[in-house]
Design a protein around this ligand. Structure first.
Ligand SMILES: C[S@@+](CC[C@H](N)C(=O)[O-])C[C@H]1O[C@@H](n2cnc3c(N)ncnc32)[C@H](O)[C@@H]1O
Length: 402
């Protein structure tokens, strides 16, 4: 089955938000960031080359291979930029609620024609992170990460909703913070109705490209580690190419129900008792207030619904200027989970996981992630459900029936 051509959509209730000038500026800023990738990245190489040329002649001679390597780095940046051009080629059309008429108005057209913003360094890092995400989600090299991060979640879904005992198309599964969409895709591939949700335009542009434009297996390549100038054992490790997609993303069963929805998880998902399962991978620590994420997950799950989570507590907003953040430990998060009314069915700590890692680097990050499976009670007393929707404190374990 074809992934629907407009597979990455703003949900309908975001129409008015998109009209908003701030949204337009943000959209334009991200397009600009992709467009600045090449000049910004080449500038970085140039700086090194300039310094190299200022070194004593005999030092330069000793470093002649290194100088050739920098030329290779530039070639890889050019190759990455070819993919970036494809990613941003039709971005003005990827959101379902931008009509062709809108797209031809000046304000929208400007998005593709203007590079109005000076690049923000953080945005350039996000472009680079997006390129690395292709490895995690859509390459053979990412298989090991997907085996440790996505497979336990998929296995639990199949365990909770056995294909032989249910109509999988009737099981609604939500993957908030879906990144480039592989976990959501894999769930849909098994027949479940699955929706990925993502609010980063970096990720949305790239997932739209891979899900809707990439067809031939390994027909594209990126050089994901080309910006890692340090901790390389061999020069080849920096310039290594990685091919994607490792499978044809349009290879879904005939009746597969798979969609990606753009927008803030907290704003988009307000309908209570709707989802059979919420699957979060490296997501819950992306909140200013993790309790709000957990409470929303609780509210949107049907009674008896299942929440499966895997990931660390990296708390993305921690110590970020101008951002608020709380950083409860896992044990404190667990109190919140139980306090809201969930029953914890399975729990594991110290689950070794990696995130978009260059396996050849001398520097390796590994997370001792937590994995857990929770269930919203099948029956909720009226007083309890009122408390949860009011956001007031509850003592779920005493009040709930399972
Ligand atoms: C660390 S990444 C994990 C991506 C993917 N689940 C994976 O394991 O590769 C977290 C993702 O959540 C997205 N995200 C963070 N806060 C969000 C929110 N409030 N609504 C929707 N997506 C969000 C980020 O843009 C990012 O792509």
């Amino acid at each position: 089955m074809e992934v629907e051509p407009n597979g990455v959509n703003y949900p309908k209730n975001m129409n008015s938000t998109y009209e908003d000038e701030e949204e337009r500026k943000h959209f334009q800023r991200i397009v600009s960031a992709f467009k600045y990738y090449k000049p910004h990245s080449l500038q970085r190489v140039k700086k090194t080359e300039t310094y190299l040329l200022s070194l004593p002649a005999h030092h330069q001679k000793l470093l002649s291979r290194y100088r050739e390597h920098l030329n290779e780095v530039k070639r890889c940046i050019e190759n990455n930029d070819d993919i970036i051009k494809l990613i941003i080629k039709d971005v003005t059309n990827i959101f379902e609620n931008v009509t062709p008429e809108d797209a031809s108005t000046d304000s929208v057209r400007q998005v593709s024609l203007t590079v109005a913003h000076r690049p923000i360094l953080a945005d350039q890092e996000k472009v680079q992170a997006t390129i690395k995400q292709f490895v995690r989600d859509w390459s053979t090299e990412g298989e090991e990460e997907r085996r440790t991060c996505y497979q336990p979640i998929i296995d639990e879904i199949v365990n909770q909703f056995p294909l032989e005992h249910c109509t999988p198309g009737e099981v609604r599964i939500l993957v908030p913070g879906a990144g480039l969409g592989r976990l959501a895709y894999e769930i849909a591939r098994r027949g479940y109705t699955c929706q990925g949700n993502e609010f980063s335009l970096f990720m949305l542009f790239a997932s739209h490209f891979v899900l809707n434009k990439c067809r031939g297996i390994n027909s594209f390549r990126v050089h994901p580690w080309v910006h890692q100038y340090m901790n390389n054992i061999e020069p080849q490790h920096q310039i290594k190419e990685v091919y994607f997609p490792d499978i044809n993303p349009s290879d879904l069963p005939e009746n597969a129900q798979f969609s990606m929805v753009a927008g803030d998880f907290l704003e988009v998902y307000t309908e209570h008792d709707y989802w059979d399962c919420v699957a979060t991978c490296f997501f819950i620590d992306c909140a200013n207030n993790i309790v709000q994420f957990i409470e929303t997950i609780y509210n949107i799950l049907k009674p008896g619904g299942i929440w499966i989570n895997l990931g660390p507590l990296l708390y993305h907003f921690s110590d970020m200027p101008m951002e608020e953040s709380i950083e409860p430990s896992y044990f404190e998060v667990r109190d919140v989970i139980r306090g809201l009314g969930f029953n914890i069915l399975t729990e594991k700590t110290h689950v070794k996981t990696r995130y978009a890692q260059n396996v050849h680097s001398m520097l390796q990050y590994e997370y001792n992630s937590v994995y857990f499976v929770c269930q919203k009670p099948k029956k909720i007393r009226v007083s309890e459900s009122m408390n949860v929707s009011n956001g007031s404190e509850t003592n779920g374990s005493q009040e709930h029936e399972n």
